[in-house]
Design a protein around this ligand. Structure first.
Ligand code: NAP
Length: 297
């Protein structure tokens, strides 16, 4: 089995490294060719296009930014569809529109190949360590077939339903992520305003009922005012648009998530879209003139 990986960004590069670590024969392609370097040094073969990945590989894993980007690498010029063989399997780890997913899957199936939507959660840390949560939509036999490769990149692997269901579970995941991020932001600001030692405060609460991935992983970064992204605000907004669209289609009020979308929007307007999503706290800081951690930046 030859495995292909398309999209070697923050997430994809970690995932591809873990496939190599586990001894899988790997072909990689990234739009910006220089990003293939470390993987090629580690033993992966570079492809010249996404079409070539489709041609050479039995299983093609994709992790690019947004819906139009998956459409481009699959359906566009020199895309996967140009090279793919009947019987091959495409696994999309990007977070994209559930409805566009069905159209992409149909195009791949028209070539006699298979499609799984398999978005991930667990951040850059999870991608690097191979401990991602993977939520999968698609045919059970194909999930079984994908399992050896999914196990290289993830720890909690859940087949949640038919095609598109993986992306809908990811929408659910993102409601929880940003709600949590807002809670961590408000909590650290109150601690700061009250003159508490922020590190001791984190130590005191993170093991109790208030503990969360966001608090443990991003709380210390916020205290250090380290805004480097595990997940950028721009990509977070892309996901929140998917949440708002899905909730609208389903007739569900998402009041809190809508508010958080507006807070992130204000940060994008200030030119902060490439910072990590934990910079949400900056929107609250602006309202009160109190700054978490060190002096205002
Ligand atoms: P990233 O670091 O910005 O990487 C994006 C990747 O997509 C790069 O390899 C980029 O290529 C490629 N790409 C974008 N548009 C493309 C196009 N039109 N054609 C070809 N390649 C294209 O993003 P990331 O954080 O790894 O996120 C990737 C996906 O995983 C997104 O859907 C995101 O929502 C999801 N995700 C991210 C996280 C996280 O914590 N970061 C967690 C869970 C899920 P270039 O190198 O040429 O720009």
């Amino acid at each position: 089995m030859r495995i292909g990986f398309i999209g070697l960004g923050i997430m994809g590069s970690g995932m591809a490294h873990n496939l190599l670590r586990d001894g899988h024969e790997l072909t990689v392609w990234n739009r910006t060719a220089s990003r293939m370097g470390p993987l090629v040094e580690g033993g992966a073969s570079p492809a010249v296009s996404a079409a070539e990945v489709g041609e050479f590989c039995d299983v093609v894993m994709i992790c690019v930014s947004d819906t139009p980007d998956v459409e481009q690498v699959v359906l566009g010029d020199h895309g996967v569809l140009e090279g793919i063989r009947p019987g091959s399997l495409v696994i999309d780890h990007s977070t994209i529109s559930p409805s566009a997913t069905l159209e992409l899957a149909a195009a791949v199936e028209a070539k006699g190949a298979f499609w799984l939507d398999a978005p991930v959660s667990g951040g850059s840390e999870g991608a690097a360590k191979g401990t991602l949560s993977i939520m999968i939509g698609g045919d059970a036999a194909q999930v079984e077939r994908a399992m050896p490769y999914l196990k290289s990149v993830g720890q909690t692997i859940t087949h949640v339903g038919a095609q598109g269901a993986g992306q809908l579970v990811k929408v659910v995941n993102q409601i929880l992520v940003v709600g949590n991020q807002l809670a961590v932001s408000e909590a650290l600001l109150v601690a700061e305003a009250g003159g508490l030692d922020l590190e001791k405060t984190l130590d005191a609460v993170k093991g109790g009922a208030a503990g969360s991935w966001m608090l443990s992983n991003r709380g210390p970064q916020m205290i250090q005012r380290d805004w480097r992204p595990g997940f950028t605000i721009d990509l977070q907004q892309k996901d929140l648009r998917l949440v708002l669209e899905a909730a609208d289609n389903l007739g569900v009020p998402v009041l809190g998530t809508s508010l958080i979308f507006q807070l992130y929007r204000s940060l994008q307007t200030r030119g902060l879209g490439s910072e990590g999503n934990h910079a949400l706290v900056k929107a609250l800081e602006e309202m009160c003139g109190i700054y978490v951690g060190e002096s205002p930046d």
